[in-house]
Design a protein around this ligand. Structure first.
Ligand code: TYM
Length: 338
């Protein structure tokens, strides 16, 4: 087997199944922007085919896809430096997804915790697409031969599955074709928690809007949600260890660190000893100063949906220059007549 050399290439995606949250921003988008400035080709995707694994109103899906594209651009993803796409405009994702449905094993899929969380008690009534979702996610990544995938902590298991699928394909066909992708799960906020419950992830699907900061929230809403965030009665510690048993306090400090590009140690050096009555307004001011310009820019971009559609169409044609040859070669390896 020859050792293939893979171009350093980043792929990541976000579902257009609702608005963006602070969790998406700190866990994913902020890192996407940094990697765009490093030595990688970068491809960022609105994964609309993934979104419909759970029912989406068609008009909402269209709007959410454009709004997510606006969110990427407003956060600093440049369509000149990165390829920006919606998944359904690049058909090779779904085509490779089918091949991977035939590579992934039922036993592997049954272990996926995100399926269990999303399907809940009523798994019999979940869509087949929701169950097969991680195989399509592996295809999203591997159809670019992507080497690095920046994500939040909750996607770790899916990236391990991606490696398993790549390894099994390479083994079954006796090739060294798909790379072993590296997850990039880094920073102070790889798992932003709910503002109402420090044991739950901040999520766009949480029924309580007070549990999350939406990227489209205005300054008042952000300040109010932070002021009301659940905390404990103690002052902030000066050492990281002091946060170990205090999930709500830890979450707010992590958010502060991530928003200000500082380490948690550094932040605690400054705010250790403060009561939440002092710390929360500081955090609210910081969040507003970082997020308000993004939401203002998103609103401006959303005034011209045709321009967003042009950017996505251009992204799709650039993407297909990469994906079409990789899919073609995959089909040849598998033995399809073409
Ligand atoms: P999605 O749409 O749920 O989330 C998008 C990104 O945001 C991160 N994230 C968080 N990070 C920290 N704290 C949180 N509370 C938080 N909530 C969300 C997620 O980890 C993710 O990085 N399956 C993926 C989408 C996907 C994908 C891909 C990702 C489809 N194909 C290929 C990477 C590569 C998902 O549902 O993400």
């Amino acid at each position: 087997m020859s050792e293939q050399k893979f171009t350093p290439r980043v792929f990541s995606g976000i579902q257009p199944s609702g608005g963006l949250t602070l969790g998406n921003y700190l866990g994913a988008i902020k890192r996407f922007v940094q990697m765009q400035e490093e030595d990688f080709e970068t491809i960022y995707c609105m994964v609309d085919l993934h979104a419909i694994t759970v029912w989406q109103d068609p008009a909402d899906l269209t709007r959410n896809t454009r709004e997510l594209a606006a969110g990427f651009i407003a956060s600093g993803i440049s369509p000149e430096k990165s390829i920006l796409i919606n998944q359904s405009q690049v058909p090779e994702h779904a085509q490779l997804g089918w091949i991977f449905n035939c590579v992934a094993r039922m036993g592997w899929m049954k272990r996926m915790t995100q399926f269990k969380d999303k399907a809940g008690k009523n798994a019999e009534n979940a869509s087949l697409g929701l169950f097969g979702y991680p195989a399509l996610m592996a295809a999203d990544i591997l159809v670019y031969h992507a080497t690095h995938v920046p994500v939040g902590e909750d996607q770790k298991q899916h990236l391990e599955l991606t490696r398993d699928i790549a390894a099994k394909f390479n083994h079954d066909y006796g090739v060294d074709f798909f790379p072993m992708t590296e997850p990039v799960i880094e920073g102070a906020a790889t798992r932003v928690m709910s503002l109402r419950d420090g044991s739950k992830k901040m999520s766009k699907s949480d029924p309580s809007d007070a549990s999350r900061i939406n990227m489209t929230d205005d300054a008042d809403a952000i300040a109010k949600k932070i002021r009301k965030a659940k905390t404990d009665p103690d002052a902030l510690p000066s050492e990281v260890e002091g946060l170990a048993e205090r999930p709500e306090a830890r979450n707010l400090v992590n958010i502060f660190a991530a928003l200000s590009d500082r380490t948690v140690e550094d932040v605690l050096n400054e705010v250790g000893g403060q009561q939440f009555g002092t710390f929360k307004p500081l955090l609210a001011d910081l969040a507003v100063s970082k997020l308000a310009p993004i939401s203002t820019e998103m609103a401006r971009l959303m005034d011209d949906p045709a321009e967003i559609d042009r950017i996505l169409a251009k992204g799709a044609s650039q993407a297909r220059e990469i994906t079409a040859p990789i899919l073609k070669r995959t089909y040849e390896i598998v033995g399809m007549v073409g």
